[in-house]
Structures are given as structure tokens and as C-alpha cells.
Ligand binder design. Structure first.
Ligand code: GLC
Length: 545
């Protein structure tokens, strides 16, 4: 059986605000993406996931939508979105929109109406509850309805005087959660999905998809001895998210959503799901892949740079996502620290993790700028545009560094570094919406294109190999045993085709005997094959055919 097309994809995430500014207002836009399509096409990633650019007060930079079928003016117009779909398709590429279904902006007409009274037609479109008559849990308008904590800490209940009631918000107060137990809400949201599929969109990345349903009875969450959420355990703030996450109805909804997409052909549904691997997998289906098509595996974002770590990771992922399931390998996004900072901003080491990402059995997803090794830019909590740090500005940032939490997401959202000119070639504006990283003179697309051994050219070469080698797209994966310590090796096989990947995670050079094969990519100039001997430079690696 051949793998479905959507399992063979490579994904590039664009954060539109920071990608390319075509009208010099300091903010990236859709026309900017259009102007850079040839760059992306040449880079060799064919599926573009674009973070939200719909109408929004931008209180959470587009993840707070006030109209799902209109475009925010700073990003362009509907005709630009349609042109983008068309131009991407013309190049044989695919486009994935970001669908924020769990909540709207508090400025959405639905919420404004819902909030206005207890008996308007949309009164039950969000999660409204009466204040409690107890003396505990005091909130702004009396007692909050239960003990639930939001994903960003503190009670997620917010008081609205108009109704003398609280509304629930999983994330931030200006993003009220919709009530999916109301069939009208579900219908309205699925119609939005159909609207964009009808315009030719190839699928959606689904924002915090596993919080979509909450307990129907609003039962209190139990105590848990856990301060902060981690990649594998989304509970936190001393509470187990038992009634606020992963409710059985959310798994069923994944299948309903898939069925709607199937009406339009083979579409992608990429789930942002927090939690352990088993739960994440359940959103894709039990026996067959009839739920979401994919889910991101975020556990790997906290990797250790060793052959053992990655060997174990691959084994665990393989066990959890057997055929017909396919994982997504991801090392960065607009919410998490860029991974290159975990490896001392070392581009040679970055070549290794991206070679792994592009050659294992899985869909690779890279975040804009990762291909050139863009780094995080430390910025103060007080000056942050991101709303989250303002919740935590009284806690010294070093505390979050120690527990590995990204609080100020501005740090990972700085403008794309295109060249060594002003504003890194991102914009001619006086001031860009976030500052450009000062390392842009060295780390930029133009400079790295010139350098044969750059991270950019390596990633581009990897993408080309992946496009031509079927075994990398749909072959099996077998970890190779008996290699020198510090070296990770695996084979990808499809019929008679075989590709071998060898990666040296240590600074020490390695030499060993190996079967005769042609080397089709080297990561370090010191890597060599001679007869049956393999030489790998420090942090070197090769792909053999
Ligand atoms: C997701 C998005 C993030 C957003 C949050 C709430 O985690 O990636 O940027 O703030 O959901 O919508």
C-alpha cells in the first residue's frame, strides 16, 4: 500500500508578521509571502503553514480571531489570500491555514452578542456559569464557578457584569472558549472550515485542539503536585487538568472534522495537542488514521544532544506511530524557544538535528528562520508585546529559564533575516514591529546562500534528497546497532531501495567499517568514505545510498 500524499509532506511554518514586509509598515504581510514564494519553492519545503492572518484585535497576534472569513488589514485583503492559494498551487506546493476553533476574540460579534444578556440568540455560544455562593475562590464579581485554572495560570473564569456571570477562557481573558456542546456553534465553525476548503486550502493546523471540550458538569479538577506544565504533562499550577483537557468528545470531534475535510479530497489536519504521546496518538485514530491526519510531537523540543537520546526518541516515536500513523518532527515554533539555543547556537550541530528531522520516518516541520539558524533574542518582560510575560512580570525571568519554560514569545518571533542590509532586508520601515536580531549581518539568507557548507544549503540539499528518494518519504526505519558510541545510524527501506543515515553527535572524530555505499550528502568537510571505511568528522554525518 502506498502512503497517503499527506504523509510525504515537508512543512515550513510562516509567522506572517515577521516574514516579509511588502508595504514598509514594519509588519510582514501576505503580499510579502507572495514575493518570497520562489525562495520557499527553491528551499524545497512544499507545504506552507501560515499562522493566523484573519481579522483580529491582535491581542494575541492573530490567535484571537474576530472574523474567520476576513483578513486583518495589516496583512492584506481577501484577494491577497486567494492569490496566495493560487500561486502556491501553481508551484505544486500546498497551503495550510491556522484554525483557532477553541476560542474567538472577545471582540468577535458572536461574543459581543453572547455577553450582552442572558437571553440573546447567542447566549449559549460560550461557556457561561453563575457565580458560586461559597466564600472560597473569590473573583471579580463574587465566587468563580469552579477551581479550574487556565493554561497560562490563574483562574480561567472572567466576570461579565452584563450577565452577572463568568465566562470560561482556557488561555487568556480576551479569548473566550466556544461552547461546542451547542450544535449551532459546531455547525458555524464547520461552515468556516468548509468556506476555506472551498477556496482551495489544503488543510489546517489546529490550535490547542485538545481543550475544545470541557467537562459537561464543570467538576472541579483534582489537586496535582505539579507547578508548571511540561511538554508531556499539560497539568500544572497544582492541578491535574482532568476536566479541562482531552475529554472523550474531543476525540470524536477530531473524526467529525476529518469527515468534513474528506468531502473536499485529501486534506491535512495538524493537531497542536499537549500531553503524552499516547493521548496525542489517540487524536489520530485507534486502528486506522481516521481522526486528525497528524499531531506535533513536542517532547523532542527538550532534547539532549546525544546519539542515545535521539536513538531512544526514534524508538519511542516508532512504537507510538506505527503505519498508518505518521509523527511530525518539530524543533521550533512561534511559542517555543528556537532549538539552536539548546546547542550553543552551533550551526554544525543544527545540521545534525535537521538531517535527522528530514530523514527519519515522519513529517518534518521547520519554523521560519530555522533554515539559517536564527537564534532567540532576549527581551525584557516589561517591554513585551506578547501578553503572556505581563502575567509573570513579577517573577525573575531566570526562574523560567531554569525550568525551561518560554514565557516571552517575542524572543522567537523576530523578523526574518533575509540579508545584511537595514532591518535584515525584512522591511524598509523606520521601526519593525519587533526588533531585528543584531546577528543579522552574519546570519541571513543572502550570506548563507553563498556558502556551500552553510546550514541553509545543507537544509536545501536535504529537502531535495527527500523529494527524490521515495524511501525517505514512505520507507520503513531500522536503527543500526554496533556503531561506535556517539554515532547514531538508521536505514530507511522501501522495496529494493535503501538509504542509510549516520550522525556523529560528538566532537571526537569517528572511524569504522561499514558496507560499501555511495555518499550522497556530507555534513562536515572531514566526512569521508574509503572502500569500506567511514570517517566522520566531529559533529559530522552522511547519507549513503
Ligand atoms: C496556541 C498557539 C499560541 C496561542 C495559543 C492560544 O498554543 O500556538 O500562539 O497563544 O494557542 O490560542
Amino acid at each position: 500500500m502506498t502512503a497517503p500524499c499527506h504523509h510525504k509532506i515537508t512543512i515550513y511554518q510562516i509567522y506572517p508578521r515577521s516574514f516579509y514586509d511588502s508595504n514598509n509598515d514594519g509588519i510582514g504581510d501576505l503580499k510579502g509571502i507572495l514575493q518570497k514564494l520562489d525562495y520557499l519553492h527553491e528551499l524545497g519545503f512544499e507545504t506552507l503553514w501560515i499562522s493566523p492572518f484573519f481579522s483580529s484585535p491582535q491581542a494575541d497576534f492573530g490567535y484571537d480571531i474576530s472574523n474567520y472569513t476576513d483578513i486583518a488589514p495589516e496583512y492584506g485583503k481577501m484577494e491577497d489570500a486567494l492569490q496566495l492559494i493560487e500561486e502556491i498551487h501553481k508551484r505544486g506546493m500546498k497551503i495550510v491555514f491556522d484554525m483557532v476553533m477553541n476560542h474567538t476574540s472577545d471582540q468577535h460579534a458572536w461574543f459581543k452578542e453572547s455577553r450582552s444578556s442572558r437571553d440573546n440568540p447567542k447566549a449559549d455560544w460560550y461557556l457561561w456559569r453563575d457565580p458560586l455562593p461559597s466564600l472560597l475562590r473569590r473573583g471579580a464579581g463574587g465566587e468563580v464557578p469552579n477551581n479550574w485554572k487556565s493554561m497560562t495560570g490563574g483562574s480561567g473564569w472572567h466576570y461579565a457584569e452584563e450577565r452577572d456571570q463568568y465566562y470560561w477562557s482556557s488561555f487568556l481573558p480576551m479569548k473566550p472558549d466556544l461552547n461546542y456542546r451547542n450544535p449551532e456553534v459546531k455547525k458555524a465553525m464547520l461552515n468556516i472550515v468548509r468556506f476555506w476548503l472551498g477556496k482551495g486550502v489544503d488543510g489546517f493546523r489546529l490550535d490547542i485542539f485538545n481543550v475544545i471540550y470541557k467537562d459537561a458538569e464543570f467538576r472541579d479538577n483534582p489537586f496535582a503536585f505539579q507547578l508548571a506544565p511540561t511538554e508531556t504533562n499539560p497539568s500544572g499550577f497544582f492541578q491535574e487538568a482532568k476536566y479541562t483537557l482531552n475529554q472523550s468528545e474531543s476525540f470524536t470531534f477530531a473524526k467529525e472534522l476529518r469527515a468534513v475535510c474528506d468531502e473536499f479530497g485529501e486534506k491535512m489536519l495538524l493537531g497542536e495537542i499537549s500531553g503524552d504521546r499516547e493521548t496525542t496518538r489517540k487524536f489520530l485514530g485507534e486502528e486506522t488514521n481516521d481522526g486528525l491526519t497528524h499531531a506535533f510531537d513536542f517532547d523532542m523540543l527538550t532534547f539532549k544532544f546525544t546519539a542515545e537520546y535521539f536513538g531512544d526518541l526514534i524508538k519511542k516515536i516508532e512504537a507510538n506511530y506505527p503505519d498508518p500513523f505518521m509523527p511530525i518532527y518539530v524543533f521550533g515554533n512561534h511559542d517555543r524557544r528556537r532549538s539552536i539555543n539548546r546547542i550553543g547556537e552551533d550551526q554544525q550541530k543544527a545540521k545534525l538535528i535537521h538531517t535527522l528531522q528530514m530523514t527519519v520516518r515522519g513529517v518534518p516541520c521547520i519554523y521560519y528562520g530555522e533554515e539559517i539558524g536564527m537564534t532567540n533574542l532576549k527581551q525584557s518582560f516589561a517591554a513585551a508585546l506578547d501578553p503572556i510575560p505581563h502575567k509573570f512580570k513579577f517573577i525573575p525571568p531566570i526562574f523560567f529559564d531554569m525550568i525551561g519554560l518560554t514565557i516571552n514569545r517575542d524572543e522567537v518571533r523576530t523578523p526574518m533575516q533575509w540579508d545584511g542590509t537595514r532591518n535584515a532586508g525584512f522591511s524598509f520601515a523606520e521601526k519593525t514591529w519587533l526588533p531585528v536580531h543584531e546577528n543579522y549581518r552574519e546570519i541571513n539568507v543572502a550570506a548563507e546562500s553563498e556558502d556551500e557548507n552553510s546550514l541553509l544549503n545543507t537544509i536545501c540539499a536535504l529537502a531535495k534528497i527527500r523529494q527524490t528518494e521515495k524511501s525517505l518519504q514512505e520507507g520503513t526505519l531500522e536503527i543500526l546497532e554496533g556503531l561506535p558510541s556517539g554515532v547514531l545510524g538508521y536505514a530507511r527501506k522501501l522495496g529494493n531501495e535503501k538509504i542509510v543515515i549516520l550522525l556523529n553527535f560528538e566532537e571526537k572524530e569517528k572511524q569504522f567499517e561499514f558496507e560499501n555505499a555511495e555518499c550522497i550528502l556530507k555534513l562536515s568537510p572531514k566526512d569521508q568514505t574509503k572502500n569500506k571505511a567511514i570517517y566522520l568528522g566531529g559533529f559530522g554525518g552522511m547519507i549513503l545510498k
